[in-house]
Design a protein around this ligand. Sequence first.
Ligand SMILES: [Zn+2]
Length: 91
Amino acid sequence: MESVECPGLGDSWHFEQAEDGSASFIDPESPERLYRARPLSRECTHCGATVPAEDAALVPAADDAAEWDRLAMQHFMGCEWIESRGNQVKA
Ligand SMILES: [Zn+2]
C-alpha cells in the first residue's frame, strides 16, 4: 500500500493504490470520506485495448505460454505486443 500527497485535493488528502490496482482518495481527518476510484488501467500502444495497469507493466518470459494467453485476452486479436511476446520473438 502506497500513500502519496495529492496536490489537487489539498494537503490533507492522500491517494492510495491498492494491490488490486484500484485507487482511493482518503481524507485522513475524516476517514469515512473515502472515494474509491476505478481500477487504474492503461491503453495498449499497439492495439489500443484497455489493459489493467498491473498487467500492462508485465513482460512474462517468452516461453511462459500460460501467462501470455492470459494477457492476450485483454488485447485485440493480432496485437503486435502479444504476437511478439513483448518484442521477444519475431511476430
Ligand atoms: Zn495490445
